[in-house]
Structures are given as C-alpha cells and as structure tokens.
Design a protein around this ligand. Sequence first.
Ligand code: MSP
Length: 512
Amino acid sequence: MKTIFITTPIYYVNAKPHIGHAYTTVVCDVFARFCRMTGFDVKFSTGTDEHGKKIEQSANNSNIEPQKFTDDISKLFKDLLGYLNITNDDFIRTTELRHKKTVSHFWNLLKEKGYIYLGEYSGWYDMKNEAYFAENELIDGKSPLGGDVQYMTEKCYFFKLSAFQDRLLDFYEKNPDFIYPTQRKNEVVSFIKQGLNDLAISRTTFSWGIPVPDDPQHVVYVWLDALTNYLTVNGYPENEDQNNDKYWQNVIHFVGKEIVRFHALYWPAFLMAANINPPKQIVAHGWWLSEGEKMSKSVGNVQDPIKYCKLFGSDALRYFMLRELPFGMDGNFSLGGFINRYNSALANSYGNLCSRVFSFITKRRDGRVTRPNNMKEEDITFIDEVDKSLREAINLIQQYAFSKYLEKIERSISLANQYVDYQKPWTLKESDPKRMQDVLFILVEQIYKITKLLFPVIPIAAEKVLKQINPRYELKLVEGEKIPDDVIISEFEPLFPKIDVKAENFDVFAKE
Ligand code: MSP
C-alpha cells in the first residue's frame, strides 16, 4: 500500500488561532482526505510549538505561568481542529514528555557525530521570529522576516551548518521537486550560495525551553526543538530506523512561505547529520491578508475561523479558503468575498444542481430512477466532458493546485446545470416520461462523480449527497465508477442555503 506522511507546521501558542493557521491545516486536511481516497495509507499530524522567548514573554505579559499559558492556547488550536473538521491522526505539543525525550536523543546524536560545539555568538536577534541575522541581512533596521532586532551576545552551542553547504546544494539538484513551488527553491539556493555560517542552537537568555542535555543552563533553540516534532510523531527514537519507516519515506511538510528556510535548509541539514533521510518535499503556500492588510491585533483585522464555521459551516470556510487563494500566492480574506464565493459556487451552482435534480426526482418520479438502456449522442458528449474536467481536476490536486482543482469541478457542475437547462426534464413529463427518467439518471450519476471529488473539501455536504445516491458508497476514487442501476432519492434538505447579505445580521464580525 502506498504511504504518505502529511504534516502541518506546529503553531506558536503566543496568541489564539486565526484564519492563516486554519488555512495551513485545511490545506493539509484536504490533501490527506484526497490521498486516502486514492488508496494511500496516510499519517497526518499537527500540533503546537510551545517553547521560546516569545512565548515566555507573552505568558509573563499576561501574568500566567508559561505552562498554564501554553495549555490554554494549545487547547484553542486543538478545538479549532474540531470546528474545521480536520482528520489528523496526532496532535503534538512540544511541552509533552515524548517530545522532550526525542529532542534530547536527537541532540545527543548530533553531538556524538561531532556536529555540535560550544562557542560564542553575537548578532542581531529577531525575537518575534526567534532567529539571529548578520548586519548585512538587515532591511531598514529590521530582520529580513520583518521583526524588530536587538544586538545580543551569548555563549551557545553551534550546529556545524557550514559543513552541509555542498551536500544541500547537491541534494536539491538530485531532488528537483524537493521545494515546491520553484520560486521558493530559488530563494533557498541563492541564500546558501552566499555561504552558510554555523547555526546557534542553544540559548541562555531565557529558560522556557527544553534543557540542553548535560548543560541545563542552556535551552535548545526553538526551531531545532520544533522541527524535531516530525520525528516525535513518527515514534522516534523508539522507532529508530526512520530510513526504512513506511511513513518517513514519503513525508510532505506543508508550510507557509515564510518558514521555508527552516524546513528546506536547517531541517535537512539536521537530519543528514543524524543519518536520517531528509523529507520528500516541502510545499509552501502564500499568505492571507485581511481586508487588504496584514492581520494584526492592533489593526483589529484578525479573522476568526471559528466565527465562520459557526455561522456558515466548516464546509463553506474550507471551500472558500481553497478556492479563493491560488495555491502559493497571497490573497485577501474578507466577509464580502466569502459571501460572494459561497453564493456563486456553493448555493447557486453545486447546491442548486443537487436541489433541482433531487427535488425533481422526489416530486415527480416516486424518488426512483434507473439506468437507461441506451443514450443519445448529446448525453455521451455531456458525460465525456464532465469526465474530462474531473480527470483534469485530479491531475491538478496532485500538483497542489487546489484552486484550479475546484475550478475544474465548478466547470463540470456548470456543464451539468447547462444540461438540465437544455434537456428541460420538466417539459418531458407528459411528452416523453422515459426520456425524462433517463436524463435524471444521467444527472444523478454525474452529481455522484462530482461529489466524490468535492468530498475532500466539503466532506459534510458531500457525504450527505453520496449517501443519498448510494447508501453503500465508499470514499474511494475508482476510475469509471458507476452508481447502482436503481437509485431511490428521498427528501433532501438544501445543502447551502443562499446567504441574503441584507437579511443576515453580521454583527458577530464587528471588529474585536
Ligand atoms: N511555530 C512555527 C512553525 C514551526 S514548524 C516546525 C510557526 N508558527 S506560526 O504559528 O507562526 O505559523 C504556522 C503556520 O501558519 C505557518 O505555515 C504560517 O505560514 C501560517 N500562517 C500564519 N499566518 C498566516 C497568514 N496570515 N496567512 C496564511 N498562513 C499564515 O511559524
């Protein structure tokens, strides 16, 4: 059986989750569901990144013990998974014992192999992003990641990153798809070509972290701590032989574009030092702006995913996020944009197709349609076109083109709506009832195929439809799949009632 290990980044717990965090998680969930449907044995992990100076400070500012502070916020991230209907297999917290053990083991291994040494570090420290930068990397007095910096000197342990410069470049060359999309790869390669310095991997200026083995004045650098989560959830070190592990052979780390460097450069270097194979691929997505601006508490434009789930359902939010943002690019999140997309794609298009076909069958045909004995040329053309769009869609999701995937499915939905308009089954009731039933059966079968592909994105609505058409449906994608020859449709609730912008009360979205 094919295997795949899909990971989200683990989320910082210094503030409650927003739509940006929801996005990475939903992308992974959609991909995980799609992979399961195509026969993969999937492992899917997410969790929270709970150490570091930034979190210690946020806890201090709130006058709460760091452990209690992280417990509370981590719970919000965990709860969000329920709201978003996420099918993760594991939720890791870096404050868990299992993780601390893995990090200590990993540290000792890197040290034994001669890749860790004690030294002194001076540089410009970006506290927000927990990273040091050289003077020449600063942009307008800030770090290249946009955070404020301060000059600091510390005694610390170093990882011999410089030893991996050539191995990394060689690795990217041999694995041209390692970093997706290519633009992100070019950024990493040009960064390495400027020369790699050794990396400071311990801190002494705060204590909220995993103590360095045998030198507890130091805590492990938060990125080394955080990246190791992927090994923890894969059972390391008890499950020691990662290179022969069925999941580790095909690990895909989904990340936002700003953390590609950590995943595509530091992480493979740490792993190479430990003789563990680097991940298969780092897949980077773009950023959501909110009402045109970067989301921030001070601007008051932080978008809360839970509000959207409560008001419109997780399916609607998942659909909007994947469809609106071409994968890899930045995009704008707004209530208006959300409602437009919901009404056009879900209410008027897919929802309407299901409603009109199903209600026509239940009202006029005793809820029963059967497979036609023969089809007209126009039927075959219609079915072929739907199949073509759906094949193209499958090809696109395999390349992480989620928005284009949905665009192709939307095309097949609009073909089906056009077929209804053209065949006018309501006019056939008296004149040609046999033809009417054939047309309806053909439509039901196309809805079934379309719905299967919508399942990873809108699982709740999709399962209702699949079950309606075939009570013994399976969540598997099968080429040329047919529905039973005899289908009975019962009463059916509208899936996505249209949102009337004027009638709804959206006070709930008032700025916080
Ligand atoms: N803790 C690190 C990751 C460690 S992984 C070993 C971290 N955490 S984060 O909470 O800041 O970000 C986690 C993910 O959320 C990233 O993939 C990031 O890109 C995503 N997003 C946070 N804000 C975002 C938007 N506004 N838009 C889209 N995604 C963004 O980095």
